[in-house]
Design a protein. Structure first.
Length: 240
């Protein structure tokens, strides 16, 4: 794979996912195609008003295509310059980015797999799942579970999209769980680690990918290892 490059990225679409979270779509006008592997991330650079150059990394949330586009899913962080700058961008605004970087990618051969995410940790899995399910030769009919944890209904990013994928692909199982869901919530309740054992117990032949905050990642890694999983079958990326 070619080394990383620096390019201007132009915002072409901004969609609110929640009060503090946005889905941002960019294109790189200087190139005709942007190549990356699902699960990788980009580094963004922007100069602050005091002249300091700030760099922050964000996972790509879209699958690779034949164009120079990519998407992000990010939270607006209080007092966070870069996240607020990105969330405040208008269509046609540009920012510099470098990449792609990272080895949090799908490892062949594809096996039955659990994807465990909370919050914006869903970003790399949205990329991976769209890519996998886009061609049967990639997933080969393997069973794929997405266990996605959030607090309330309004915090479930891409909910309708994942429901659609599950309806279209019988081997994809979408399992959203809420720790503070309303009384009307009819799916899973609790934290993601409350439901991992039900999928993973006795299944050390599977793979697991985990993405989110450090505490959640650590809890699920330890849980899987306690169920007899080999650490090489557990891949993870932490966001703090």
């Amino acid at each position: 794979m070619a080394g990383f490059q620096t390019h201007p990225a132009r915002l072409v679409r901004s969609v609110p996912l929640s009060e503090l979270t946005k889905h941002l779509e960019f294109e790189m006008p200087a190139i005709s195609r942007f190549g990356f592997v699902p699960g990788q991330w980009l580094s963004f650079q922007q100069v602050k008003p005091d002249g300091e150059e700030l760099t922050r990394a964000y996972s790509i949330s879209s699958p690779p295509g034949d164009d120079a586009r990519f998407a992000l899913c990010l939270n607006r962080v209080q007092d966070g310059f870069m996240s607020n700058f990105l969330c405040d961008m208008k269509e046609e605004d540009e920012i510099r980015c470098q990449g792609p970087f990272g080895d949090f990618i799908l490892r062949p051969p594809i096996r039955d797999t659990i994807f465990i995410a909370t919050g914006t940790g869903i970003a790399p899995f949205r990329s991976m799942l769209h890519w996998l399910l886009g061609d049967e030769s990639r997933h080969q009919g393997r069973q794929l579970w997405l266990l996605f944890g959030n607090r309330t209904e309004k915090d479930i990013y891409y909910h309708d999209e994942f429901l659609g994928l599950a309806a279209e692909h019988p081997n994809f199982h979408y399992c959203p769980t809420l720790s503070r869901g309303s009384t009307e919530w009819q799916v899973l309740r609790g934290y993601v680690q409350d439901h991992v054992a039900g999928l993973a117990k006795g299944r050390s032949d599977m793979q697991a990918y985990i993405c989110g905050l450090d505490k959640m990642v650590k809890a699920n890694r330890e849980l899987l290892k306690s169920l007899g999983w080999d650490r090489k079958s557990i891949r993870y990326e932490k966001y703090d």
